[in-house]
Design a protein around this ligand. Structure first.
Ligand code: GTP
Ligand code: MG
Length: 456
């Protein structure tokens, strides 16, 4: 699920990120593409509309367009809005069992949506993870062998199931189940109900009657993610008719376009509490808005990267450096401070790991041997130089190199390598300074997010 959406958004953002400066029309154009991608993923139109409006009003704000890495800022805004749309940051909502036991949980939904399977999955999860004593009961007296199905799932997973009494009707079974759960000292009672092909009056009346009889603490709607917008409409009607407290979205392991998962929360106002990701009894996961958003945006973890960079980079230091570079100055002290910044961010590989789609660059980096230990060694080399040598590397001749190598526990080759790298960096800085400070900071930002000029 989400692959196609993720791919399309990836392309849009890749283009944004490559560009240095962004204009308002760049952002509008990108958001038009985001809009199309969301609609193609079958996200409900009103949801798409309010999403795009929200992102746009933030993204064309002065601060973003003027920032060093506007592309990334826009992506972060999209990410944050996506998280909001999916239910907000923080841990996802779980099944609420804060009630007098046995806590009744009613499972409702259309035919074949995965109610019976999800009932067993939830029972197993509560039993193993939360050490709850769980009883399951099937109220499905319509489909032949429906009650048997739950009984078998119970046997397979060691979950107690209410004994079947032939001929008993749903409301009576429900009452009997509550009695049995009380007598048996159960913590939770899961009630699986019958599905219907469509939302019809009989179904709703029956579910409502069961609801009135057992007063469920949770009424979980089970919806099939593969049915897209239909799932959302079903959820809406169920919520209006019987009142739903949460949603279990099944078949998230399938290759649906993701529209249901994305619009469910916004349309119904009810949280997705769990997702079914397979046929097996343990194929059930909590729903984490942040994780889903990151999966969709396919971005390693760009958000924490932006946050990390803002935290780590000292602004004044960055400005000082930018000013020096502008004057065409870049000595070994400057280089050392640059290296330290990098290392604080977890080294090159740390930074690279957080960036999406950098597999290739990472390989090159690895070949160039730019990793944490290299950074440390380089810092050590510079640390073994005298003040004079750092300010004026030209004076470093053979004997000084030997002394520096010995002092830093490296070799003369290492010292040479560092000096050469410094020359290259200084040269690059000089060329960049011709672009002016803004241009410099932008290109640094584009080269490596979090280098000087990262906005706080
Ligand atoms: N791949 C996958 N299959 C699932 C998932 N959840 C349920 N299924 C399958 O969907 C089919 C129908 O599931 P059931 O649990 O019987 O659905 P139901 O809602 O109880 O169906 P009725 O009782 O007939 O209304 C079964 O073959 C399940 O194995 C899921 O998350 N992923
Ligand atoms: Mg069933």
């Amino acid at each position: 699920m989400f692959e196609s959406l993720s791919g399309k958004l990836g392309e849009v953002f890749e283009r944004l990120r490559k560009r240095g400066a962004l204009t308002e029309s760049d952002v509008s154009e990108a958001l038009r593409e985001v809009r199309v991608a969301l609609l193609e993923a079958d996200v409900a139109l009103p949801v798409v509309k309010s999403f795009i409006d929200g992102v746009k009003s933030k993204a064309v704000g002065q601060d973003v367009l003027r920032s060093v890495t506007p592309g990334q800022m826009v992506i972060k805004i999209v990410h944050d809005h996506l998280v909001e749309m999916l239910g907000g940051a923080g841990e996802g909502e779980e099944i609420n069992l804060n009630a007098v036991p046995p806590v009744p949980v009613l499972m409702v939904g259309l035919q074949g949506s995965g109610k019976t399977t999800s009932t067993a999955k939830i029972a197993l999860r509560l039993q193993t993870k939360e050490r709850k004593k769980v009883l399951m009961a099937s109220l499905d007296v319509y489909r032949p062998a429906a009650q048997e199905q739950l009984k078998i799932l119970g046997e397979q997973n060691n979950i107690p199931v209410l004994p079947i009494v032939a001929g008993q009707m749903p409301v009576d079974i429900a009452k009997r189940a509550v009695q049995a759960a009380k007598l048996g000292g159960y913590d939770v009672l899961l009630l699986d109900t019958a599905g219907r092909l469509h939302i019809d009056e009989t179904l709703m009346l029956e579910v409502a009657a069961v609801r009135d009889a057992v007063q469920p603490h949770e009424t979980l709607l089970v919806a099939d993610a593969l049915t897209g917008q239909d799932a959302v409409n079903v959820a809406k009607s169920f919520n209006e008719r019987v009142g739903v407290t949460g949603i279990v979205l099944t078949r998230v392991d399938g290759d649906g376009r993701g529209g249901a998962a994305l619009s469910m929360r916004a349309v119904t106002g009810k949280p997705i509490k769990l997702i079914g990701v397979g046929e097996k009894a343990d194929a059930l996961e909590s729903f984490h808005p942040e994780r889903i958003a990151q999966r969709i945006l396919g971005m390693g973890d760009i958000v924490s990267l932006v946050e990390k960079a803002a935290e780590t980079i000292e602004k004044e230091e960055a400005e000082r450096l930018a000013a020096r570079v502008q004057k065409g100055q870049f000595d070994l002290d400057d280089m050392a401070s640059q290296l330290k910044q990098l290392r604080k961010m977890g080294g090159m590989s740390g930074v690279m790991n957080l960036l999406p789609g950098v597999g290739k660059i990472k390989q090159q980096m690895a070949q160039a041997n730019v990793d944490e230990s290299v950074l440390k060694r380089q810092e050590a080399i510079i640390g073994s130089m005298t003040r004079d040598e750092r300010k004026n590397p030209k004076v470093i001749h053979a004997s000084r190199k030997k002394r520096i190598a010995a002092g830093s526990g490296t070799s003369v080759q290492d010292v040479n390598k560092l000096l050469k790298q410094h020359l290259q960096m200084a040269d690059m800085m000089k060329r960049m300074s011709k672009l002016g400070q803004k241009g410099f900071m932008r290109s640094m930002g584009a080269m490596l997010p979090g280098m000087p000029g990262m906005p706080k």
